[in-house]
Design a protein around this ligand. Structure first.
Ligand code: SF4
Length: 379
């Protein structure tokens, strides 16, 4: 198979997250549902593109900026009008604060929303850089706007998107990149780092080549992982999960006239939202703590109520899992790495194609536990 489209940072990440998800999105061209956070980010990015679109070093007026923001506002993905209004106001405040901070020292950037398209080892690559400025020494400063609530600690130093931008700008513009910036818009804070060294660029190019090779060899199998599958729009049509959805109506009936049921649905939704928000908060605090421990070279730290120890977590990722298993089989080490994947064993047992004897042998070893899974969706 040929690559269905040039690779970008996001399509490479998507492939590595789950090749089947990549297939649904880029090969079968089944769009994902719109998400409010993408729409919000896009609206603010478009407004800032306008802000920096002048050819003279004079900022547009705040009124013109906010008028443009209103006109280009991207609507899809919001739960309801009140959520949309809340985000619109948040964007308006961010832009106003951004204006107050930067209008007086306005400069015309070297490039805004710079589109790149080039080939590496015959692999087409594409992407867009939010802003490029010239440093006093003539090198390039690459800036990426972030509109999310928090920026994970340590991300700046390893983020593959920034590495891709450096690689692309140096290839296409023929100028050296001097610094990389995440501009966190909600706090108006610029997080800077120096240009990426050779090891990270090498890691990126290997990832590009491996991903392109895997896609062109049709390696597009599902890679189930609870944390990813839970939010995957393609779950009802995914080979791993679609049996669970067989016979279910696509649009469940609304609980009209069922106030008790409606209250339970909302209580469940609100509690789940709290868990998600607490989980995100814990992830951000954990990443900041791990980065602080690593910086100080501590393996353990104490708070007033908790103790934390840091153990090195190493994970290997293989593009060609079949080959790895072949090598291990040949070396007689297969049993040491064999572990049944729960979703795959479930699929086998719940499917119709399993041999009778085999089914009997397997069912003897286990117990069929029905645990109805609730699918929650914001209204
Ligand atoms: S449900 Fe999971 S395994 Fe299936 S496509 Fe989505 S992420 Fe991949």
């Amino acid at each position: 198979m040929k690559l269905p489209r040039p690779l970008s940072h996001s399509s490479i990440s998507l492939y590595n997250e789950c090749p089947q998800k990549y297939k649904f999105k880029y090969v079968d061209k089944i769009p994902e549902k719109p998400r409010h956070f993408f729409s919000f980010g896009q609206s603010v990015h478009l407004a800032l593109e306008y802000f920096y679109s002048k050819t003279e070093p004079v900022a547009p007026s705040l009124e013109a900026l906010l008028k443009h923001y209103r006109e280009i506002w991207v609507k899809p993905g919001y739960r309801d009008e009140s959520q949309e209004a809340e985000y619109f106001e948040e964007g308006r405040q961010i832009l106003t604060r951004f204006y107050d901070k930067h209008a007086k020292s306005y400069h015309v950037p070297f490039s805004v929303e710079y589109n790149f398209a080039f080939e590496h080892e015959g692999i087409p690559l594409t992407g867009k850089v939010d802003r490029i400025d010239k440093l006093p020494d003539g090198r390039l400063s690459i800036l990426d706007y972030k509109t999310g609530k928090k920026l994970a600690a340590g991300r700046l130093d390893i983020d593959a998107q920034l590495t891709m931008y450096q690689f692309a700008c140096e290839k296409q513009l023929g100028e050296e990149v001097g610094e990389l910036i995440f501009y966190h818009l909600p706090t108006l804070k610029e997080h800077r780092t120096v240009r990426r060294g050779a090891p990270l660029v090498k890691e990126l190019t290997a990832r590009i080549v491996n991903t392109a090779e895997a896609i062109t060899k049709d390696k597009l199998d599902p890679k189930p992982m609870d944390s990813v599958c839970r939010w995957c729009d393609y779950k009802p049509i995914c080979p791993i999960f679609k049996d669970q959805y067989a016979g279910m109506p696509e649009t469940p009936a609304k609980p009209a006239g069922e106030p008790e049921l409606a209250a339970l649905v909302d209580a469940y939704g609100a509690a789940t939202a709290k868990i998600e928000s607490a989980k995100k908060e814990a992830e951000a605090a954990g990443a900041a703590l791990a980065a602080a421990l690593k910086k100080k070279n501590y393996a353990r730290a104490f708070g007033e109520k908790f103790e934390v120890s840091l153990s090195p977590a190493v994970k290997w990722e293989f593009m060609d899992k079949k080959k790895v298993l072949e090598i291990l089989k040949t070396a007689g080490l297969f049993d040491q790495v064999l572990a049944p994947s729960a979703p795959l064993v479930n699929k086998l047992l719940e499917g119709a194609s399993l041999d009778k004897d085999l089914r009997a042998r397997l069912t003897e070893l286990g117990e069929r536990v029905e645990s109805p899974e609730l699918k929650l969706k914001k209204l």
